[in-house]
Write a protein that binds this ligand. Structure first.
Ligand code: AMP
Ligand code: MG
Length: 343
């Protein structure tokens, strides 16, 4: 299949968006830019198109998709029993990196929700994708536009690398501002439960909701037989081919550990200004820990850059666990198969 490239950065933008919407209406697949990561979108109401999303990504069938909508009016169209808290969160954080899980209406196809009685809904903060949703006139089901297991794509180039020739179109809307997938909050239970940390922090959610539980899968690997509430959290994720190890400790200790254990094929993910401390073949900074949003923005691009044949081990500095840092820590520890060494 010849994949169309639709750029929305120039004057031809509106034409490109109309084309993308037309492809979606006709049951095709379009990779779409959002502020979190690029999504692989299809009409949520078209079973065959949704089925193809799973095939193209190699995504396990029991891992439900998020539907992307244009605003909070959509909540009552697709969800039953919408609590007041959902509207409060939408008012504060939509469009933005927050997905809400709510009881679904029958009109939401089981194919999208993997047979669950809840549906995950989000309004993304990217003008191109908001316009595509509006023009298509349907909710867009979209997981991240990567091959399952690999780091999510934060640029159109990452998407091209993973799925060129397998989808009808890729919309290039520039680099993703947040860089990690959305926060997922389950509002179908009391108290609400954080299923996945993201660009909206746990602290921000507690400011609005009061008590919020945190799913065990956010902090640690689940034991055999334990079931996470967000099925996607059980899979190995975000991984380059190399073994990833998080080193938790002061920078001098991390540098001493790495320099004592490094091999010919070792890479390091450090923080800004620390590169010279590490005696390794490849050393990349993924941002400034005092501003965890910079770590979020660059983490996946760095993991992709380190996904090379000549690197078989990646040591990473441990991000701070507060605010958006919790989301960075969560993705990095999944990439590391939860291998954290305190130094
Ligand atoms: P992705 O789109 O690749 O970021 O994955 C979507 C995530 O949302 C996965 O981890 C899913 O398990 C989760 N998810 C989607 N729908 C639901 C739902 N109804 N209940 C709980 N988690 C969900
Ligand atoms: Mg994903």
């Amino acid at each position: 299949m010849n994949t169309e490239y639709l750029s929305v950065k120039d004057a031809a933008g509106e034409e490109a968006l109309c084309r993308a919407a037309e492809i979606i209406k006709n049951g095709g697949l379009v990779a779409i830019p959002t502020e979190t990561v690029y999504g692989l979108g299809a009409s949520a109401l078209n079973d065959e198109a949704v089925e193809r999303i799973f095939t193209v990504k190699g995504r396990p069938q029991d891992n439900p998709l998020i539907i992307h909508v244009h605003g909070s009016e959509a909540l009552k169209m697709w969800c039953s029993e919408v609590p007041e808290a959902a509207y409060k969160l939408a008012e504060k954080f939509w469009p933005g990196p927050l997905t809400m899980v709510l009881k679904k209406k029958n009109c939401v196809p089981d194919r999208v929700t993997a047979g669950m009685d809840t549906v995950a809904v989000r309004c993304p903060d990217h003008p191109a994708t908001l316009r595509i949703i509006e023009l298509a006139g349907v909710p867009i089901a979209a997981p991240s536009a990567n091959i399952s297991g690999k780091p999510s794509p934060t640029s159109a180039e990452h998407v091209r690398h993973d799925i060129d020739g397998r989808v009808e179109a890729i919309v290039d809307g520039g680099e993703c501002r947040v860089g990690l997938e959305s926060t997922i909050i389950d509002l179908s239970v009391t108290p609400p439960r954080l299923l996945r940390p993201g660009g909206v922090s746990l602290e921000q959610l507690r400011d609005i909701l009061g008590e919020v539980d945190v799913d065990a899968a956010v902090y640690r690997r689940l034991e055999a037989g334990e079931r996470p509430k967000a099925p996607g959290m059980k899979y190995r994720h975000y991984s380059p081919r190399a073994r990833v190890v998080i080193l938790d400790g002061a920078v001098e200790n991390v540098a001493a550990y790495v320099n004592a254990h490094r091999g010919e094929r070792t890479a390091v993910l450090c923080f800004d200004g620390e590169e010279k401390l590490f005696d390794v073949p490849v050393c990349l900074s993924y941002g400034d820990p005092a501003r965890p949003e910079t770590l979020a923005e660059k983490l996946f691009a760095c993991l992709r850059e380190l996904d090379r044949d000549d690197i078989d081990e990646i040591y990473s500095r441990c991000p701070p666990k507060g605010g958006v840092g919790l989301a960075v820590y969560n993705r990095l520890s999944k990439a590391a198969g939860n291998t954290v060494i305190e130094v």
